[in-house]
Write a protein that binds this ligand. Structure first.
Ligand SMILES: [Zn+2]
Length: 238
């Protein structure tokens, strides 16, 4: 775990609160901590796994630090990184490349959440041939996210984590990362967290269905109707 002195952490927090012209800065950082605790409580990440970021302005994001348990995260622990990858303050997550790719490619992205939802990851381990989480049986996947593609494996912490994401952006807001986790982005932190909850819940329902004999597909005309509804409702994760 990288060493960070209390003085340095306090300086980061001051940097976030004083130098950034967002009136809701402190609330935003506290909301990130609350979101991390929510994900931890729901078993969507463990220990220091996962990372959450928030856009601070055109060129900077606040991102959770490396090596800090998400249950105990404090606003003053957050790091600041420029979109060109330069660290402004703190010790940012080693998985920041994914976040930066999302913000560069998706002007609407205000928040990015990456977690390790166990059932969703299990699907990519047991079925490496899958290009998306099966969506032909479960209306909620179509209505809430359209499709949930699987991004090819890249070593956690590598720059390749970002480049593998590229082809899926900005079209998709909810993605599975093969053998690793899930990533969601949204126009709010709530939208992105909801995406992570959604993918794990859907994965669990589908796993249950397969254990009970298989998930039977919806009729094609119903799938088409649901896709039309999704298109009408817009791109937000529901
Ligand atoms: Zn991860």
């Amino acid at each position: 775990m990288p060493a960070r002195s209390p003085v340095h952490a306090a300086a980061c927090y001051k940097r976030l609160l004083v130098d950034t012209p967002s009136a809701s800065e402190a609330n935003g950082l506290q909301a990130v901590c609350d979101a991390c605790r929510r994900l931890h409580r729901r078993n969507l990440l463990a220990a220091a796994d996962g990372n959450v970021s928030l856009r601070l302005g055109q060129d900077e994001i606040a991102i959770t630090p490396a090596g800090v348990n998400k249950y105990r995260l404090r606003p003053e622990d957050m790091a600041v990184v420029r979109l060109d990858g330069v660290t402004v303050s703190g010790t940012p997550s080693s998985e920041r490349a994914m976040h930066l790719w999302v913000y560069r490619r998706c002007p609407d992205a205000r928040a990015v959440v990456h977690a390790h939802p166990p059932t969703a990851i299990g699907w990519t381990l047991a079925h490496p041939e899958l290009t998306e989480l099966p969506s032909d049986a479960l209306p909620e996947v179509i209505l809430a996210a359209g499709r949930i593609p699987v991004v090819p494996y890249a070593r956690p912490g590598s720059e390749a984590m970002g480049t593998e994401l590229g082809p899926f952006l900005p079209a998709h807001r909810l993605l599975l990362l093969a053998r690793h986790g899930a990533l969601a982005w949204g126009e709010s932190l709530e939208e992105a967290v909801n995406g992570i909850e959604r993918v794990e819940h859907a994965a669990l329902i589908l796993k249950t269905a397969f254990e009970l004999g298989g998930a039977k597909a919806l009729p094609e005309d119903e799938r088409r109707a649901l896709q039309l509804l999704r298109a009408k409702n817009g791109p937000k994760l529901l």
